[in-house]
Design a protein around this ligand. Structure first.
Ligand code: ADP
Ligand code: MG
Length: 337
């Protein structure tokens, strides 16, 4: 059930690059804040904030209000380290001495896990001030690396501030209200990587609650059998004719993509059901031109593009927000019966 998400305080969103992590994090943030909760969406050490484009507000180290009850921030290593030192060392003069000391900084930069512990500890601090903290984590492998650090740090350092913080972080990561969410796509390779990540999380960070998988950019069967027939016959005709039919070809190509996506979606859902023993929630292919926008975009000039499509990323987020709302409402109504 997707509505488990409503009870999660710390949501850790990951998945391969470009699968829709930032779109999903933004949409979820909008849904939860509309439901009356204070919500923070966190990016980690992001030089190029995608959240800024979506919310049209600067994303800073400190939380910025982007919509009613909804905040965004970008936790950068340098600033999180200053915070950390201020808290642990407590004397501003000493903090500045450490920060201005090149050797100390190189040492800190090179200390395995220091970066992750400092950033994670900043994230869990925010759980006091917000009802939900949604972390738009880096891509899968890197995210797994970050989540493994607290346990390793506890084993490496037997005492001291890093040890204590790592224990605190581990505590939060192990609670029921922490939920990892993996975004996937209906592509064989991505599906396999998703299942692999679910299993790796189970074995390498066993204290973490089980991850929820969401399939993005999917398509439910919409072609009838006669339509499929028609598509195939158009295709044959285009191959045989010598006329210049590039426009028709583009349409047939679009039909072909659609059909392939339907098959891939069915395969992905089946695979998840078998391997994860779970029904998976999915988002349709969204945005202008139903997500073929990026392919179509390449062939348009900029003026026309703006005129026809506006901002695709924000449209996707709006559509995802509505889809999530509908799903949560549906599940809530069902559970009342
Ligand atoms: N369901 C969808 N249908 C169509 N396009 C999508 C969908 N989800 C995301 N996108 C688009 O894919 C691109 C990558 O999404 P983004 O959320 O930035 O991914 P990530 O954060 O995982 O890199 C964006 O242009 C976004 O608008
Ligand atoms: Mg992103």
């Amino acid at each position: 059930m997707l509505k488990e998400i409503l009870h999660a305080k710390l949501l850790l969103v990951t998945g391969k690059g470009g699968v829709g992590k930032t779109s999903f994090s933004s949409a979820l943030g909008k849904v939860l804040s509309k439901r009356g909760k204070r919500v923070l969406i966190v990016e980690i050490d992001n030089f190029n904030s995608a959240l800024e484009g979506i919310f049209q507000k600067r994303t800073d180290y400190l939380p910025t209000l982007v919509e009613e009850r909804l905040y965004t921030c970008n936790i950068t290593w340098n600033e999180a380290l200053s915070d950390w030192l201020t808290q642990t060392v407590k004397m501003k003069r000493v903090v500045n001495m450490i920060k201005n000391n090149r050797i100390a900084m190189i040492y800190l930069d090179a200390t395995p896990g220091a970066r992750e512990i400092v950033i994670l500890s900043k994230i869990i601090e925010y759980l006091n001030a917000f009802d939900h903290v949604i972390v738009d984590l880096p891509a899968s492998g890197h995210a797994l690396g970050i989540l493994k650090v607290p346990k390793t740090a506890i084993n490496l350092m037997r005492a001291g501030p890093v040890h204590d913080k790592a224990i605190q972080i581990l505590d939060v990561l192990s609670t029921k209200t922490t939920l990892p969410v993996i975004i996937s796509l209906p592509e064989e390779m991505v599906v396999n990587e998703t299942i692999e990540l679910v299993n790796k999380l189970k074995t390498e960070v066993p204290f973490l609650p089980a991850a929820k998988v969401i399939l993005n950019r999917a398509s439910v069967p919409s072609f009838s059998d006669p339509e499929k027939e028609l598509l195939a016959s158009f295709e044959r005709h285009l191959e045989e004719t010598s006329e210049d039919l590039s426009t028709s070809k583009a349409f047939v190509q679009a039909g072909r993509w659609e059909e392939e996506l339907e098959v891939a979606t069915a395969n992905a859902l089946q695979e998840f059901k078998e391997k994860l023993l779970e029904e998976i929630f999915f988002f349709s292919r969204l945005g202008y031109l139903g997500g073929f926008f990026r392919k179509a975009k390449a062939s348009l000039n900029r003026g026309l593009e703006e005129h026809l499509f506006g901002d695709n990323h924000r449209t996707v987020v709006e559509q995802m927000t509505s889809a999530l709302n509908r799903q949560f409402e549906k599940e809530i109504q069902l559970s009342k019966k």
